[in-house]
Design a protein around this ligand. Sequence first.
Ligand SMILES: C[S@@+](CC[C@H](N)C(=O)[O-])C[C@H]1O[C@@H](n2cnc3c(N)ncnc32)[C@H](O)[C@@H]1O
Length: 187
Amino acid sequence: MFKDTDFIKSCDVPGPTKEAIRAIILYKSDVSPTDKVVDCGCGTGGITCEFAKRAGEVISIDTNPEAIEITSKNLEKFGLGDNVKLINDDGANALKDIDGIDIAIVGGSGRQLENILDIVHEKLNSKGRIIITAILVDTKVEAINKLKSLGYNPQIMEVNVSNGRVLDRGILMISENPIAIMTAQKR
Ligand SMILES: C[S@@+](CC[C@H](N)C(=O)[O-])C[C@H]1O[C@@H](n2cnc3c(N)ncnc32)[C@H](O)[C@@H]1O
């Protein structure tokens, strides 16, 4: 796993998704070296870099050109990127040209979540996994309802992580923002 502090960051690009959350996503994805992964809303590239290390192919999409630039810089920093394609576009548009997906991570969707999930469902291989991360309550509800309407049996996990800072006089626990991880597998 990469440390959160290892990533090059930009004040205009969110991320990286925190290390503990990346670890849960990797575990839930059951990624294998032949998998084709799509990271929709790649931001700083936290998820993209972890999957680039472990999957066969990664396609990372973001509407923000600066996110694509930062993700590219982080891939280069970690000596990754040969198996990664970066696309500066809306996920709902870029996904139309991508087939045979094994794992789809949706970490950013704007107001396009339902459209994105419709296309992901169409392009996902049998036994393919969908993983959605969300901070907004509304996004969590929207994701679960949409997955149900597409015939999935979604799971949701809300994660609250605190990391300890060891001080001279004791250990101070510092909490991260809670985040939900929704997962589903195609039959
Ligand atoms: C919270 S960040 C993702 C952080 C990322 N997982 C990481 O580890 O750095 C969400 C990203 O989704 C992007 N985004 C929002 N709506 C999008 C859409 N419809 N299509 C593609 N990217 C989108 C935003 O520009 C933003 O960079």
